[in-house]
Write a protein of this length. Structure first.
Lengths: 232, 943
């Protein structure tokens, strides 16, 4: 095949990959990525195709009608492409993949996010989606899981030199604990670490009353805040 | 009224002495009493004690014998953690794959986990209140239970990757929930509330909810209702239910709780048969003040003044540790509401006096009440199928000589399409005026089953004229048989066949007769198939029903008729599963086909069972079914073609349905479906032809069926030509929001003033939701006459056209829509619509040419749309979608295929007529017709 045709076939496949990710077709997406790698397509191109797929999906989501399942399935497809295909095939470890993400995302400085569901709450599906989305936007994510005490948030953030703490809650009764994070950071001299809240309970309250720097109305909203904000 | 009477009245949409109040007080009852949550959720005794205490403090109208949402999961073997001051939660899930379920037993409510404690709570509360306050118990939503026993993320993946396997999990969860729910009812619960947080539209897309959760919920509710008839069912779901209104309509709960994300007016407006309970932001109980709650509650009560279907509540569980004063504020709001002028005016002697004729019932209602609500207050239910949006046109009443507001555009079109008789109004749209008399014709009334005493000559109005052409002969008859005369079993058949000369009968029917004769009672009823001359069943009741089902491209609609009187009992529609589940054009392999088949019949059963559950009809009394659908779908129903020569009708019985299909009807139910070879336009289209009432004279008639195949028929009683056009596909697919085929908020008309400002009219007058295919007709006409598009459909840009930019015309910006998404018309939409209208118009021209017909030969031109579609005939003529002739008669028939199907259900002569028409039909192939292609081009611009 002349090289021009190969190039155009490749670009078709990248478009396919974006569309497969958007539709959450994990198995087909992995197969498509494998084919691309076999044709020595650069990792960066694949990653930007993944991001493109997600970008299309995000345009379908509104704050009032967030397509949780669609986003979850797209994230799964992306994770599988990266973890099952790229890292296995090219034998890249997590750091190398993170570097590739960074290169693809035009070299913006990597930020660190410590994320978890507040103590007393075990709903972590939404938080999990945010963590995945952040990872694909070159944010280093330390996922503390669910039922996380205030001290663990603060200690981890300080230890990891984090830029952000992401805290979620679906239970109104747990909101009181969220209020303690920021004052504790300030008390220990780390007031510059921004605390971002999310989840249906947090959204009922306000930044001021929860001592938060930002209340995210959905996963993309939180992602925007973390990625677009200038570093202090 | 005590609280039980009050809640029961509301559930029956009847007036109460004061607004009902039920905030969701669960374990906040413990924190109010200074108890720990852990002690509360583990002791039935403490639940009862704290609930009584909370009721006495707050003055709520219900008691909740409920601990938390992990009871079922724990009884199944999940490990829970019990925090002292929070609800227990699952620490270890139970299953990874459905096979794991095989080792797990359905819990015994008397023994396993904390189930016995909850039964105890119900009994204690029941003893304590002596029936004065209803005791509500919880049956968890089946899908929420699934998300407790397995990881929710894994569950969502299973739904998508292996839906059949997930079906197994759901079946299991359903058994668990049903068994416990029935035990709670038997322990004395007055109501069953189903908390179903996982089913929230924030988590589950409508498609999945409708496929996996609707039927299980209905099944739990049906089980508790059959355990005790007077139980009331209650569904509580969180999140923006306006994105899936089936939650309000298809689930079929007596009461539905919606949370603060749903404007209460939206919930009330989009539901017809359920009481709405709600809704205050939960966090306000923690962080807000007494005053804020008071104001919020007052606003809710004021918004719900026009309906009896409202219970003030929290919409979500009241958070633990909430300040009791904040909850008491809700009761204060109720007290203040009763002091308001508007509330007092609801009572007799105040407000507007309205007399409902011919019953001469007088009611007093507040100004601004709809005629429909006024009639309902008088205990007279007026037929309506369109969620009060004005789109079904069934609720016609006569209101001569009273000063009223003029009808809005939609009502006006509806009334004009009906013939524009003076004094007619739509009861759902017209507002009362003081002293008025409203005549409610029989045809607009919905009668509860068993209350009909009207002769068979009076049929439902919209098909009255047409069906009287064929007479009333449904082919199924019920006749009494005195048991005292019955001989011994061995001579039974002989005796019977002597009694009913010329008839046959089978052993199944005879067995039924024998078993009925052994019960007490003096007589039974024979059910007879008069066309086949067969006694098909025996029954205790003389009731016989028939259902006309039309499976359209987007909607399945069902009309239930009383076969003794011909009266319409109920009509409802659901989405075609082909649309919701992406079956594609049609399922290809046999497994998919079987699934699709099951979905079709599940849908049909749903529609029948809705009536079964809500009225005193029994699905076993359904003895006749007419199913119409398109040519491609008919084979998917699994009904084999067995029509007699010269007939389009294939007939089968419920007994001989394909494997795996069970019909919610008597096993001897007759199923008739028009079904024929490839030149046949399909049963729906045929029924449409009959339903249009055309083609019975010498004049040439034109019938345009805006359905999925978009057929155009031109002809007279001798010869009818038809073509399928691309028009149907375009109109049906255009802008129809797949999640909302038939509900309020669809844009019907727009008006543009010279300064460029835009007014849009929607069905029901609610915030716009989307645009239906047919409204593009009005929109096109408006855009053209206001100079926004030219004849070719291209946008004309001008300075004061703010809504227009880059080939997109914004009808409603996202801030103004119900979905928070802008509603737009693009140049591509306009081009498509112009192509569609040209397709119809060109087809009419070509067919007229082939028949040698001139404009003066045209008698009637009729357009029909689907269940919720309304086409403005004037606009359709203006944009030349149909020919504009001065001498022709124009009419619009809503869902002509359903009308035809109902006629076939009620009259064997109508079925014969369909055979006659089928014989004179000729399909014209336009694919190779050059003239047609050129005509399409030529007719595309607006004249």
């Amino acid at each position: 095949m002349p090289s021009k045709e190969i190039e155009s076939a490749k670009s078709d496949q990248l478009t396919d990959l974006a569309s497969l990710v958007q539709h959450g077709e994990n198995i087909e997406a992995v197969a498509c990525a494998e084919k691309l790698l076999d044709n020595s397509c650069p990792v960066e191109d694949i990653i930007s195709a993944l991001s493109e797929g997600l970008a299309i999906l995000r345009n379908k989501c509104t704050v009032e009608n967030f397509q949780l399942l669609d986003v979850l399935l797209a994230s799964r497809a992306m994770v599988e492409v990266v973890d099952e295909c790229i890292s296995r095939k090219l034998q890249m470890d997590m750091d190398q993949i993170a570097d590739a993400f960074e290169r693809t995302n035009s070299g913006a400085p990597v930020k660190t996010l410590v994320i978890g569901t507040i103590q007393g709450d075990v709903h972590d599906l939404g938080k999990h989606i945010v963590a995945t989305l952040c990872r694909f936007n070159s944010v280093k994510v330390i996922n503390l899981g669910k039922d996380v005490p205030v001290d663990t948030f603060v200690n981890t953030a300080i230890r990891e030199n984090a830029d952000y703490i992401g805290v979620s809650s679906l239970m109104t009764v747990c909101l009181a604990k969220i209020k303690d994070i920021k004052p504790e950071l300030i008390r220990r001299g780390y007031g510059y670490i921004k605390v971002v809240g999310g989840g249906s309970a947090v959204q009922q309250s306000s930044m001021e009353s929860l001592n938060l720097d930002f209340v995210a109305h959905d996963a993309f909203d939180g992602l925007d805040y973390i990625c677009k904000r200038q570093n202090p | 009224m005590n609280s039980t009477e009050r809640i029961r009245s509301v559930v029956h949409f009847q007036r109460t002495d004061r607004p009902a109040l039920v905030p969701e007080i669960i374990a906040v009852a413990a924190t109010m009493a200074g108890e720990t949550v852990r002690d509360y959720v583990t002791s039935g005794q403490l639940i009862a004690q704290c609930q009584i205490n909370a009721r006495d403090t707050i003055g709520s109208d219900a008691l909740f014998a409920i601990s938390d949402l992990c009871v079922e999961a724990e009884a199944l073997g999940c490990d829970l953690a019990y925090p002292e001051m929070n609800y227990p939660y699952v620490v270890k899930t139970l299953i990874k794959k459905p096979e794991d379920l095989r080792k797990i037993k359905i819990p015994d409510p008397d023994r396993d986990g904390r189930m016995p404690e909850l039964l105890r709570a119900v009994r204690l509360l029941k003893d304590e209140t002596k029936g004065a306050t209803p005791v509500i118990a919880n049956a968890i939503g089946p899908i929420t239970l699934a998300s407790r026993i397995m990881d929710i993320e894994q569950m969502l993946y299973m739904i998508v990757d292996e839906p059949e396997k997930f079906g197994e999990v759901m079946e299991f969860c359903l058994s668990v929930v049903t068994k416990f729910a029935v035990a709670l009812v038997n322990a004395g619960a007055d109501g069953i509330i189903m908390f179903d947080p996982t089913a929230s539209p924030s988590v589950l897309p409508a498609k999945i909810f409708n496929r996996f959760e609707v039927e299980p919920i209905r099944s739990v509710f049906a089980a508790v209702k059959s355990a005790r008839q007077d139980i009331f069912t209650w569904y509580s779901v969180a999140g923006p239910v306006q994105t899936n209104l089936d939650i309000l309509t298809a689930v079929g709960a007596d009461i539905t709780t919606v949370d603060y994300l749903v404007p209460i007016e939206t919930a009330i407006q989009h539901s017809v048969y359920t009481v709405i309970n709600g809704n205050i932001k939960p966090n306000l109980f923690l962080e807000g003040s007494e005053c804020e709650i008071l104001e919020e509650s007052k606003a809710l009560l004021a918004a719900a003044r026009n309906t009896e279907r409202f219970i003030l509540g929290s919409g979500c569980e009241i958070p633990l540790n909430s300040n009791p004063e904040n909850i008491i504020a809700m009761r204060k709001a109720v007290e203040e509401e009763m002091e308001t002028f508007e509330y007092i005016n609801r009572c007799e002697g105040h407000g507007n006096e309205v007399t409902i004729l011919p019953h001469r019932k007088k009611v007093y209602v507040q100004a601004g009440t709809t005629v429909l609500d006024a009639a309902k207050t008088a205990g007279i239910t007026i037929t309506t199928y369109c969620n009060l949006t004005g789109s079904c046109g069934e609720c016609v009443v006569c209101v001569d000589n009273y000063e009223m507001d003029d009808p809005d555009k939609i009502e006006e079109i509806q009334l004009r399409n009906r013939g524009g008789y003076p004094g007619e109004r739509l009861a759902c749209q017209a507002r009362v005026s003081d002293g008025m008399e409203v005549y409610v014709p029989h045809s607009s009334r919905m009668y509860p089953a068993g209350q009909c005493d009207i002769s068979a000559a009076l049929y439902h109005r919209s098909i009255n004229d047409k069906i009287s052409r064929f007479g009333f002969s449904p082919g199924i008859l019920s006749k009494p048989l005195e048991l005292s005369e019955m001989p011994p079993p061995n001579s039974l058949k002989k005796w019977l066949l002597e009694k009913v000369e010329g008839y046959q009968t089978g052993t199944a029917a005879l067995d039924k007769l024998l078993s009925l004769s052994q019960e007490s009672g003096e007589r039974v009823f024979m059910v007879m198939d008069t066309s086949k001359k067969e006694i098909i069943d025996f029954s205790r009741s003389d009731k016989i029903y028939g259902v006309a089902i039309d499976i359209g491209a987007t909607t399945i609609s069902a009309y239930i008729h009383d076969l003794q009187t011909g009266d319409l009992k109920h009509a409802a529609s659901i989405q075609n599963p082909k649309v919701t589940e992406d079956f594609g054009e049609l399922a290809r392999d046999s497994k998919q086909l079987a699934l699709l088949q099951k979905r079709f019949f599940d849908g049909i059963n749903n529609l029948i069972l809705w009536f079964h559950n809500n009225h005193s009809m029994v699905s076993d009394q359904v003895y006749s079914l007419v199913i119409t659908t398109d040519r491609l779908t008919a084979p998917a129903l699994g009904i084999h073609r067995n029509s007699a020569p010269g007939s389009v009708w294939s007939t089968t019985t419920a007994q001989s349905m394909p494997r795996g299909v069970r019909l919610a009807a008597s096993s001897s139910c007759r199923i008739n479906t028009p079904h024929r070879n490839s030149s046949f336009p399909g049963g729906s289209a045929m029924a449409g032809v009959i339903g249009s009432g055309l083609f019975d004279g010498e004049m040439i008639d034109v019938f345009v069926n805006v359905g999925d195949r978009g057929e155009v028929f031109v002809g007279n009683r001798e010869r009818i030509l038809y073509v399928p056009t691309i028009g149907g596909t375009v109109f049906e697919s255009l802008r129809i929001s797949k999640d909302s085929v038939f509900q309020g908020g669809l844009i019907q008309n727009i008006a543009i003033s010279p300064d460029g400002s835009l007014t849009i009219e929607t069905l029901g007058g609610t915030a716009p939701f989307g645009m239906c295919g047919s409204s593009i007709v009005s929109v096109l006409a408006q855009l053209y006459s206001n100079g926004i598009i030219d004849r070719q459909g291209s946008f004309i840009y001008s300075k004061n056209q703010l809504q227009l930019s880059n080939g997109v015309f914004t009808l409603a910006p996202k801030q103004k829509t119900a979905m928070y998404r802008p509603i737009t018309v693009t140049s591509a939409d306009i081009e498509q619509a112009l192509r569609a209208k040209a397709a119809y118009r060109a087809a009419v021209s070509v067919l007229m040419d082939k028949l040698g017909a001139k404009p003066k030969d045209i008698g009637s031109i009729c357009v029909s749309g689907g269940f919720g579609i309304l086409i403005d005939m004037d606009a359709a003529r203006r944009i030349d979608m149909i020919p504009d002739y001065d001498t022709a008669k124009y009419s619009f028939v809503r869902a002509a295929s359903s009308v035809g199907g109902r006629m076939a259900l009620l009259s064997s002569a109508a079925r014969d007529e369909m055979d006659r028409v089928a014989a004179i039909l000729e399909k014209i192939d336009l694919a190779r017709d050059n003239g047609y292609a050129q005509l399409l081009q030529k007719l595309q611009p607006i004249p």
